[in-house]
Design a protein around this ligand. Structure first.
Ligand code: HEM
Ligand code: NAG
Ligand code: NAG
Length: 327
C-alpha cells in the first residue's frame, strides 16, 4: 500500500523537523519582539556608550561571549560573582584581571529590568553585546537568535578544563572546539577575533623567555617582532598590568590583518601561529588575509553557531534579575 499524497506531506514535514539541528531549533530570531521590543536597542545603546568611553571594551564583549559559551554553555555563568563558598569563573586567572566590561552589562540589565521586568536574560545580553561590539569595530552585523536562559552555577575549575590555553597546538585547538560542536574551519574563523584587543605579558612570557630546553624564545616567532615583544614585556617584570596588542597594525579594527600577521610569523600566541601548521588551515588563513569580506561573513555565521553551545531554553534555568547573582 503506497502513501497518500497528504501522508507524504506530513511525513516530509516530520522528517524536516527532525533534521533541524538540536541547538539551532531552540533559540529564536526576534525572541523579545512581543515581550521586550526595545531589548536589543537598550543593549546596543549601553555598549555603544561604553565602547565610546573605552574603545578597548569591544574586544572584551567578544571574548566574554566566547568564555561564557565554552564554559557550561552560553548561560551567563561568566557574570556570576564568587561567594564565600565558591570561586566563580570570573575570578579564574584566565578572566581576572583581563576580562572587563561587567559594569556595562549591569547598566544594560538595569535599564532592561526597568523596561521589562524579569524578561531578558544575562546570557542574551552578552550575545547581543558581542555582536554590537563587532559592528562598532567594523565587522558585519548579524541577527542574534535569542531565548537563552541564565544558569545558576559558575565554577573556577571549569575555566581550566574548557578554555583553550595560548600554548595549544593545532590538534589540541581542533579537539577543544570539536568538543563544543565546532569544526576546525570554524575554529580558524573564530580565532580571527584576535584582530581585536590585547594580551597581558603574562600570557606570552613563556613563549618569549621560557620556550623549551633548547630555545628560550620560540624560534618560529619573527625575530623583529619577538625583539619588540621582549622590549614591551621585560623578563621578570612584576607589573601584572603590562599589555601588548594582539594585532598591532589595527587593535581596535575588525579586519583581516590578524591573518596577514600569521603569514609572516607574527601570530602573538602559539595557538595563533598554529593555524599555519597544516596545509588546510594555512589555506584558510591565506584566503581570509586577502578576502576580508569572506572572513567577516564567515565570522558572523560562526558567532551565531558558537552562541548556541549548551544553551538553556524554555523553562530550564532562570532570568537573573541581577547578572552578578543567582535569583
Ligand atoms: C582558539 C583558541 C583561543 C585561545 C588559545 C585564546 C587565548 C587568548 C589569550 C591568552 C588572550 C589574552 C588574554 C590576556 O592575557 O589578557 C586572548 C584575548 C582575546 N581573545 Fe582569545 N583565545 C582563543 C579564541 C578566541 C575566540 C574564539 C574569541 C572570540 C570569538 C576570542 C576573543 C579574544 C579577544 C577579543 C581577546 C582580547 C581581549 C581584550 O583585549 O581584553 N579568543 N585570547
Ligand atoms: C600537540 O600537542 C600534544 C600534547 O602535547 C602532542 O601529543 C601532539 O603530538 C602535538 N601535535 C602536534 C601536531 O604537534
Ligand atoms: C624546541 O622548539 C623548537 C622549535 O619549535 C624545536 O625545533 C625543538 O625541537 C624544540 N626542542 C625541544 C627539546 O623540544
Amino acid at each position: 500500500m503506497g502513501l497518500r499524497g497528504s501522508d507524504a506531506v506530513v511525513l516530509a514535514i516530520v522528517l524536516g523537523l527532525c533534521m533541524i539541528p538540536q541547538g539551532e531549533a531552540q533559540l529564536k530570531y526576534g525572541f523579545y519582539r512581543d515581550t521586550c521590543p526595545q531589548a536589543e536597542t537598550i543593549v546596543m545603546e549601553e555598549v555603544t556608550k561604553g565602547v565610546h568611553n573605552d574603545p578597548d571594551l569591544a574586544a572584551d564583549f567578544v571574548r566574554m561571549h566566547f568564555h561564557d559559551c565554552f564554559v557550561r554553555g552560553c548561560d551567563g555563568s561568566i557574570l556570576i560573582n564568587s561567594t564565600p563558598g565558591n570561586t566563580a569563573e570570573k575570578d579564574s586567572p584566565i578572566n581576572n584581571p583581563s576580562l572587563e566590561g561587567y559594569d556595562i552589562i549591569d547598566n544594560a540589565k538595569t535599564r532592561l529590568e526597568a523596561a521589562c521586568k524579569g524578561v531578558v536574560s544575562c546570557a542574551d545580553i552578552i550575545a547581543f553585546a558581542a555582536r554590537d561590539s563587532i559592528v562598532l569595530s567594523g565587522g558585519f552585523g548579524y541577527a542574534v537568535p535569542a531565548g537563552r536562559r541564565d544558569g545558576r552555577v559558575s565554577r573556577i575549575s571549569e575555566t581550566f578544563t574548557n578554555l583553550p590555553p595560548p600554548t595549544f597546538n593545532l590538534t589540541q585547538l581542533t579537539q577543544s572546539f570539536a568538543s563544543k560542536g565546532l569544526t576546525q574551519q570554524e575554529m580558524v574563523t573564530l580565532s580571527g577575533a584576535h584582530t581585536l584587543g590585547k594580551s597581558h605579558c603574562t600570557s606570552i612570557s613563556s613563549r618569549l623567555y621560557n620556550f623549551n630546553s633548547t630555545a628560550s624564545t620560540d624560534p618560529s616567532l619573527d625575530a623583529t617582532y619577538s625583539a619588540q615583544l621582549k622590549h614591551d614585556c621585560p623578563q621578570g617584570s612584576t607589573d601584572a598590568s603590562l599589555v601588548v596588542p594582539i594585532d598591532p597594525p589595527s587593535p581596535t579594527v575588525f579586519d583581516s590583518s590578524y591573518y596577514t600577521n600569521l603569514l609572516v610569523n607574527r601570530g602573538l600566541f602559539e595557538s595563533d601561529q598554529a593555524l599555519m601548521s597544516s596545509p588546510v588551515t594555512a589555506a584558510q588563513v591565506r584566503l581570509f588575509s586577502y578576502a576580508e569580506f569572506i572572513f567577516k561573513k564567515r565570522f558572523a555565521e560562526a558567532m551565531v553557531k558558537m552562541g548556541h553551545i549548551g544553551v538553556l531554553t524554555g523553562s530550564v534555568g532562570e532570568i537573573r534579575l541581577n547578572c552578578r547573582v543567582v535569583n
